[in-house]
Design a protein around this ligand. Structure first.
Ligand code: PEP
Ligand code: MG
Length: 536
């Protein structure tokens, strides 16, 4: 038996034969020596690639939703990227054949992306590799095709976006990749598919197809040719997990009320309108945090007001009359998009992010607020501002909202009511929550950032884990203070950071009187069970 580790991106147990993702590659043709003919061949290959990607985009939209399909749009854009095309052209002029030029340029660009610090840009290395591999395959007459005869655990170095789109989903029990990150396409797909998966399984050896394998997505471990003892332990673990899921089904459609009658709203955190489906499938009572910055990532320019409006209307329609809380753009720090062209900062987590950026850049704030107010014509909505640290910031944001309402009214554009709130995710906001409560209609505590800023501990730095006390009394005291100050002023307070999903704190949050918990869709039923069984 071989036992290895990886970073789990989705929990669960999978048992089945391993199968390595392989791409058949025909040998690269020798250069013809005719630069004009090679150029023509390259341009024709680009046309074919465009047609293939457009077809894949449509399939992906249908089967995976628009958000995932957007990665294929990124690849389509790469086919028109001037730097990429010029680099290929220079190689063609130097006498390289079209296939070799496409391959070498793809490798060069992919290495350059992989060397960047920004995790989003790093993940784009896979897109470049993917698109140039497609060109090479076309030029070599090879095809990107992969079939799986039986359900299996799929092993790969990493999987590119269009590879993942082509996978026969019903035949995949789990993914294990040597590369990849929590942001990588494969991790996103695993979460969408609800299957256990590991990334960064660096020691994964070459495995023969059909080799018996187990993936433990709870513990971040995998076993090749497991011995009898491991196999029976894992079967037991899988049965226990299935039994837990079956038991939780009893809490579907049940009001979230504790035994002593405390009612708490259980909502979901999402990143796009497509995720509303997952939230509803898990019986969330609505959406307590739509991280709108995800509508800005994975693209090469700002979304327009119309695009934002459509996205918010789509989420609002799907949710019917259930609550929808849209957080205004929280770009900056770990979430960057290069078209913002933000100046590099020495301490981005303490930099021009969240509400600060919106207050400095009305051109970015305006389309968001117009889209939110316009979508509210459909039904009431809530919006909240991230990274608030002062009363002045809230007043400026509210004044801006008032200006937007006036603009829409003057233009005769329909708009509706928006409940305004703030995220409490800086210690300053928690400490002045009594004052902030006079300005807004609700609070949502972002414990991820509140913990980072209270403990002065970078949430991105895995090396600091030994110093991270997620139940630090200072953080819990700030949460309590926030809830009390909200109630003293007659407004509601919820928690949308990860701590809200920690079942060991559920009773404490009930006792504090939290009105709402907003968590990943997959945690809803588990927390409802916890609350319904609680005596608090
Ligand atoms: C938080 O900080 O707790 C939060 C919910 O926001 P994000 O994780 O998106 O920063
Ligand atoms: Mg935050």
């Amino acid at each position: 038996m071989f036992e290895g580790v990886g970073k789990p991106v989705f929990s669960g147990i999978a048992i089945g034969p391993a199968r390595t993702w392989r791409q058949e590659q025909a040998p690269l043709p020798e250069p013809s020596g005719d630069a004009a003919a090679e150029r023509q061949a390259f341009e024709a290959a680009c046309e074919t690639a465009r047609a293939q990607l457009t077809g894949l985009y449509e399939t992906a939209c249908r089967e995976l939703g628009e958000e995932q399909a957007m990665i294929l749009e990124v690849q389509l854009l790469m086919l028109d990227d001037q730097d990429f095309l010029e680099s290929v052209q220079a190689r063609l002029e130097a006498g390289e054949g079209a296939a070799r030029a496409a391959k070498a340029t793809g490798e060069e660009f992919s290495e350059a992306f992989a060397a960047l610090d920004d995790p989003y840009m790093k993940a784009r290395a896979a897109d470049v590799r993917d698109v140039s591999q497609r060109l090479v395959n076309i030029l070599c007459g090879g095809r990107q095709e992969f079939s799986l005869p039986e359900p299996c655990i799929l092993l790969a170095e990493d999987l590119t976006p269009s590879e993942t789109v082509q996978l026969p989903r019903d035949k995949i029990l789990a993914f294990v990749t040597r590369q990849g990150s929590a942001n990588s396409h494969i991790a996103i797909l695993a979460r969408t598919m609800n299957i256990p998966s590991l990334v960064q399984a660096r020691d994964l050896p070459d495995v023969e197809d059909g080799c018996p394998m187990i993936v433990d997505g709870f513990a971040g471990r995998y076993y090749l040719e497991p011995d009898g003892q491991t196999l029976s332990a894992m079967i037991r673990k899988a049965e226990e997990a299935a039994e837990r899921r079956r038991r939780l089904e009893a809490y579907r459609g049940v009001p979230t009320v504790s035994r002593s009658g405390r009612r708490i709203k259980l909502l979901a955190n999402i990143g796009s309108p497509d995720d509303v489906d997952a939230a509803l499938a898990q019986d969330a009572e609505g959406v307590g945090l739509l991280r709108s910055e995800f509508l800005y990532l994975g693209r090469s320019d700002f979304p327009t007001e119309e695009e934002l409006y459509e996205a918010y209307c789509q989420a609002a329609r799907k949710l019917g009359d259930r609550p929808l809380v849209i957080r205004t753009l929280d770009i900056g720090a770990d979430k960057q998009a290069d078209y913002f062209h933000l100046p590099a900062e020495e301490n981005p987590a303490l930099g021009c992010r969240g509400i600060r950026l919106c207050l400095c850049r009305e051109d970015i704030f305006r389309p968001q607020m117009r889209a939110i107010y316009r979508a509210a014509a459909l039904r009431p909505l809530s919006a909240m501002f991230p990274m608030i640290a002062s009363v002045e910031e809230v007043r400026r944001a509210k004044a801006f909202c008032q200006k937007i309402r006036q603009e829409l009214a003057d233009e005769g554009v329909p708009f509706g009511e928006v409940e305004l709130g703030v995220m409490i995710e800086t210690p300053a906001a928690a400490l002045i929550s009594a004052e902030l409560a006079k300005e807004v209609q609700f609070f949502s505590v972002g414990t991820n950032d509140l913990t980072q800023y209270t403990l002065a501990l970078d949430r991105q730095n895995a090396a600091l884990e030994e110093f991270l006390d997620t139940h630090h009394p200072a953080v819990l005291a700030l949460v309590r203070m926030t809830v009390e100050n909200a109630h003293a002023q007659g407004i509601w307070a919820g928690i949308c950071g990860e701590l809200g999903a920690d079942p060991t704190l559920t009773e404490l949050f009930l006792e504090m009187g939290c009105d709402e918990l907003s968590v990943s869709p997959g945690r809803v039923l588990e927390l409802r069970a916890k609350i319904c069984e609680s005596e608090v």
